[in-house]
Design a protein around this ligand. Sequence first.
Ligand code: TEU
Length: 587
Amino acid sequence: AAAPAWWTSATVYQVYPRSFADSDGDGVGDIPGIRAHVDHLAALGVDVVWLSPVYATPQDDNGYDISDYRAVDPTFGTLEDLDGLIADLHDRGIRLVMDLVVNHTSDEHAWFVESRSSSDNPKRDWYWWRPARAGMEAGAPGAEPTNWGSFFSGPAWELDQATGEYYLHLFSRKQPDLNWENPQVREAVYDMMRWWLDRGVDGFRMDVINLISKRVGDDGSLTDGPVGGNGPYGDGSAEYVCGPRIHEFLAEMHREVFAGREADLITVGEMPGVTVDDARLFTDPARAEVDMVFQFEHVGLDHGPGGKFDVRPLRLTDLKASFGRWQAGLADVGWNSLYWDNHDQPRAVSRFGDDSPEHRERSAACLATLLHLHRGTPYVYQGEELGMTNAPLERIEDFRDIESLNHFRQAVDAGADPDDVLVGLRAMGRDNARTPMHWDGSDHAGFTTGEPWIAVQPNHDAVNAEAARADEHSVFHHYRRLIAQRHAEPVVALGDFTMLLLDDEQVYAFTRTLTTDAGDETVLVVANVSSSPARAAVPDAAAWADAERLEGCTYRPDEGSAPDADAALAAGALALRPWEALVLRRR
Ligand code: TEU
């Protein structure tokens, strides 16, 4: 068999540039700010940095609305700054992955400016232009070409007065969708991607890449989606999630952009709504599409029927069933990416752990242990390695994100009680993860000398990188050791995964097994995912009586486990303190 790809033992760190570090005091993070902190990343030991967009942008969606793919936005710096960052990272053996946002551009991109200028412009067909619904007048209520809702509230179509036609925007009206049916669009994107690879970047994280193929009839028609549950709009996802030509497009991209140099690169497709079966196809190396995908199943388990802001308690059994299914589904073919959070999700410790002062560090460390001992490539979102928490967002004025602001306005206009709407936004709003990184305990947490674009969290006095690096028992050093174990231990990177105790609402347990010529090696992970004591009835417990602790994987090993942990485990009744995680190995 071929040697495993380098990224099977790698960990990726996501930098959200707006909120990482500001070098010039304008209150917004920038590339020189990142360069000033690469040693933090090197100390953590990550292999790859994924940089959220720094391209030219009017910042309608914090850079996910790009007006020039080959320019750096002045807010973030210059192309030379970016070249410098690539060099700084490469000097430390860290690769750089760029965000690739090509489902849509900004409405201020030159392509769209041309496209909208007239119905016979050569670039007209680069976007999705459609007349009003048959028999209806453009602009009349319900006259949009389809009934699809946008991810950011309201309809997915915007009427453009210049030609009296509508254009499609699955996200904001300043993010028109590119028409991937047009081969010129695809070639322009591939050319831009090659330009970045030639500049030294090591791969791409592909934004909503499974939405690029829309189902379109021979006559150019698009189809309405079912209405119900969530507001007046139809759910168009069946028409564009993993659409008819998605595999063809990604295979073509691979041939045109990656072929011949793929061994040194890493590609990850962000894919809301992707199923395990789709993901097997996308990540099967023999098909040459992408290395791995970001799936959304585990971050949807606490969403109610009303959508992401309709928050429901998470059941641990659901979480384990989901992760277990993905681990099993991509065991023989393909590869998983592993994440608890990112710039679109609430903070891991607040959502899956317990962010009270008593349990914050222990639960953050427990979640890290669990994720980093799964099979797949772990992604760490900036601040996660410190156990940063959700932001204390109170009033609507505290929010900055277009998704939250649009949702609030639409829900309140539709008659909802603003206080009720805020409950969902506080729990799920994307600004929770977008407050500035905590570098130290000083004013503005060392993020900026100016006025930060969004408030710094008050808990930066206790939760910050300077304090964490100085304390060998910190969450930071626990992450560092886990990342190192993936490099050092083939069983962590490659071992087969088996979920245990699927019916237990408190305990998360699994094994990893590696078969080599030297014999079998098995790692057992048992964690109490709760703030009260737990008992774990581990199957086949007697076999673990003489097992050793897997070095570096136990948070605060000096505290030991509950007295006689190994004996208790052997007797089938292991007692675990709140958020305690035990990692054992036997050969
Ligand atoms: O996100 C796509 C996505 O499906 C969601 O996670 C989205 O952020 C939203 O919360 C849906 O409710 C990607 C980017 O990660 C996100 O930041 C962008 O806003 C979006 O695409 C559009 O480019």
